[in-house]
Design a protein around this ligand. Structure first.
Ligand code: LMR
Length: 346
């Protein structure tokens, strides 16, 4: 289900701005003296791994360009939300976005949903086998099909489950309406647990939880805490059942309009900001968990090994059931990349 305001189109003014930008000849490269404004839009709070990485990027770029390149950040979906930020990027209404990897399937890149497979990664270093290897690069290169430039990946972390009851075993999910991102893999995961997935934009999730439109959700704790979901969910279960990460994406037309030197400055700053984001992601989630526990509104539940194994077993069929959607060759490449991560294996 999508709420009535879930998929607002781009306004006419924004379309015109985008159209005007798209009339720029590709040969009109920025010069070392040109003032450039780069609009970076995202949907989460500033004090999250993504918000802080974006701020770090802004600081580095403005410092290194001596203020010539102005990075304007638009957090909290204040300009665009999940359902239109990539469209806004394609139209040139913004220049950079960082959607979660789960949000590329619905715009024609179902192979990105491989990151959503439940219990796929045991630790963040497993994720690196994909994001820093040839498979990750191939995924980013594919974005060119829609005029997008994939510039890099970074982490939020592992997702936890929340509701107004503990979610420790499959039976606990029975009948719950769980808000999910627009990923068919995540929807299948919720169904496998006996819940009903409800696709809603991130910016509408807290209200939907507060009003009972949905009963629960999943996210890393930093997103849960900064959206104040703890005020409307009595229980948070530390399931670590899936990974949430991001890809930073620009518009090819904008990117190619930059001089080689500016592109390199931006790319270098971005790679450093993403590395910075990865170093703080864990501590942001840990700090959010401490703050949440101190707030005392939400019971935090750890799962024991057998509870986690039962959840894992319940969602196992999602891997084969969704192979067709993700693509057999992508799934094979995923297995190969993960197998290479096991010490002792060729
Ligand atoms: C969500 O929609 O749940 C998250 O992916 C939001 C984000 O970008 O972290």
């Amino acid at each position: 289900m999508t709420s009535p305001t879930a998929s607002p189109g781009i306004t006419r003014r924004q379309c015109l701005q985008g159209a005007a930008a798209s009339l720029l000849p590709l040969t009109a490269k920025s010069a070392a003296t040109d003032h450039i404004t780069l609009r970076f839009s995202h949907v989460v709070a500033e004090e999250t791994p993504k918000g802080l990485a974006a701020k770090h990027f802004k600081t580095l770029v403005e410092l290194r360009s001596a203020g010539r390149i102005d990075v304007q950040l638009f957090p909290n979906a204040q300009l665009y939300g999940d359902h239109n930020e990539i469209q806004a990027l394609q139209l040139g209404a913004v220049d950079m976005v960082a959607p979660s990897l789960s949000k590329f399937g619905r715009i024609g890149f179902p192979e990105f949903e491989l990151f959503d497979l439940p219990f796929l990664f045991n630790k963040l270093s497993d994720v690196r086998r994909i994001t820093q290897g040839p498979l990750g690069q191939r995924l980013l290169n594919g974005l060119r099909r829609q005029g997008l430039v994939g510039l890099g990946y970074f982490d939020n972390g592992f997702k936890q489950m929340s509701a107004n009851r503990p979610l420790l075993q499959p039976a606990d999910f029975a009948g719950l309406r769980m808000r999910v991102q627009a990923s068919q893999v995540i929807a299948a995961q919720m169904r496998a647990l006996g819940a009903q997935p409800v696709n809603l934009p991130f910016s509408e999730t807290r209200r939907a939880l507060a009003t009972g439109v949905v009963d629960g959700t999943e996210n890393p704790v930093s997103n849960f805490w900064t959206q104040r979901m703890h005020e409307v969910q009595s229980d948070l279960s530390l399931t670590d059942h899936g990974y949430l990460g991001y890809a930073v994406v620009s518009n090819q037309r904008f990117w190619l309009s930059l001089s080689v030197a500016d592109r390199s400055l931006l790319d270098q700053a971005l790679q450093e900001a993403l590395a910075y984001g990865n170093t703080i992601a864990d501590s942001q989630n840990d700090n959010a968990l401490l703050a949440l526990s101190a707030a005392g509104t939400t019971h935090v539940h750890s799962l024991n090994a057998s509870q986690r194994a039962r959840l894992r077993q319940a969602v196992e069929p999602v891997h084969s059931a969704l192979t067709k959607r993700i693509g057999e060759s992508w799934m094979q490449a995923l297995q190969d990349a993960l197998a290479r991560s096991i010490p002792g294996k060729p």
